[in-house]
Design a protein around this ligand. Structure first.
Ligand code: ZN
Length: 84
């Protein structure tokens, strides 16, 4: 079963991505996420499992217990520019 990009039907390639999530005015950056990325338009798709992990991480982040996760997660000043 080969999944296609929902946006442009392009080919999806497995890649490691970074997600920026805004929570309560702060910016949480989660790196080291496995996703499928469209080679044409760059749309990234994370699977259900990864989505759950992101959810857990956001929960931990809100409760300030973010250490010891498998992801590279850090908080940056939301006003600061995001360096690629
Ligand atoms: Zn696409």
């Amino acid at each position: 079963m080969n999944q296609k990009c929902p946006v442009c039907s392009g080919e999806l390639k497995k890649d490691i991505i970074k997600e920026d999530i805004r929570i309560d005015g702060k910016l949480l950056v989660i790196g080291n996420l496995t996703a499928k990325v469209c080679v044409h338009c760059g749309e990234s798709i994370v699977d259900y499992n990864t989505m759950q992990k992101i959810g857990n991480l956001i929960d931990k982040f809100k409760h300030k217990v973010i250490r010891g996760t498998e992801f590279i997660a850090y908080e940056i000043d939301a006003a600061a520019p995001i360096s690629a």
